[in-house]
Design a protein around this ligand. Structure first.
Ligand SMILES: Nc1ncnc2c1ncn2[C@@H]1O[C@H](COP(=O)(O)OP(=O)(O)OP(=O)(O)O)[C@@H](O)[C@H]1O
Ligand SMILES: [Mg+2]
Length: 268
């Protein structure tokens, strides 16, 4: 039977440095994102999160194991997978509208339909009126919104996001996390979302996958049984605090650090 969604099955990855030394980034990672599920991935810096996302995206091959999407082994980029990476990758010489339309050109989608959808998405992420602006004329948060709209243009069933809000200030980040959840509530994509911020990971997710330090391995998966749609005030509830503390303790244990009790970093 074909299961829909992402299945990561025993994926290992060894990178080779330019000096020919092996760097074992991932060791036997198993993780599934079922159809319409929102899974966040947290782990210490350098534990292989980006390596894993690139493999799921079909931008890199695993050294062992495999990734399937809807039962089909990933061997390269797919049109039903949207990507959003940490570094803003807008083309500086293209307008907002033309940046959002880029996937349509790359994938050869119907131009007229793509133009209509681009206008809808820019409206959805609060950028109506900025269609003809250049990226340099926008704030970092607005650029993040453009990238979010672009990742949704081809209406991907699956979204892979690698710390998409990391470069933004706390408030803009909360805004975008809220907006992303709004979009997700409407379209129910399957999402795999990497973040360093524990509150953000809990606020967004159905389940939080916690990785060990390199070689990265899934140490635990923490279910987030908070009702949806989620209001930002959920972060102040006891239930939220308990889940965040559990994720924090798992991360601290895996990193060999003493547990920290404060929860002041990166609220969603
Ligand atoms: N192309 C590459 N060649 C050699 N080593 C690499 C390559 N890409 C990643 N690595 C190494 O693999 C390990 C995992 O890197 P990766 O970028 O996947 O970590 P990460 O969990 O995303 O870290 P961060 O949280 O800092 O973004 C690191 O030790 C890194 O140096
Ligand atoms: Mg990374």
């Amino acid at each position: 039977m074909t299961r829909r969604g992402i299945e990561i099955d025993g994926v290992s990855k060894t990178h080779w440095t330019r000096r020919g030394e092996p760097v074992e980034a991932l060791r036997a990672v198993d993780l599934a994102v079922t159809e319409g599920e929102f899974v966040t991935l947290v782990g210490p810096s350098g534990c292989g999160k980006s390596s894993l996302l690139r493999i799921v995206a079909g931008l890199a091959a695993p050294s062992a194991g495999r990734v399937t999407i809807d039962g089909v082994t990933v061997t390269g980029p797919r049109p039903d997978v949207g990507l959003l990476f940490q570094r803003p990758t807008l083309l500086p010489w293209r307008t907002v509208r033309k940046n959002v339309l880029l996937p349509a050109e790359v994938l050869g989608l119907d131009r007229r339909l793509a133009a209509v959808r681009a206008a809808e998405l820019l409206n959805l992420v609060g950028l109506r009126g900025f269609e003809e602006a250049l990226p340099a004329e926008l704030s970092g948060g607005m650029q993040g919104r453009v990238a979010l709209a672009r990742s949704l243009l081809q209406d991907p069933a699956i979204l892979l996001m690698d710390e998409p809000f990391a470069a933004l200030d706390a408030l803009t980040r909360e805004d975008l996390a809220r907006e992303l959840l709004g979009v997700w509530d409407r379209f129910r994509k399957s999402v795999l979302f990497v973040t360093h911020a524990i509150p953000e990971a809990v606020f967004l997710a159905d389940r939080v996958a916690v990785m060990t330090s390199r070689p990265g391995h899934i140490a635990a998966i923490v279910p987030v049984d908070l009702p949806r749609p989620r209001d930002p005030s959920v972060v102040d509830t006891v239930a939220f605090g308990a889940i965040a503390a559990q994720v924090r303790a798992l991360l601290a244990r895996r990193a060999g650090l003493p547990p920290v009790s404060s929860s002041s970093d990166g609220r969603p």
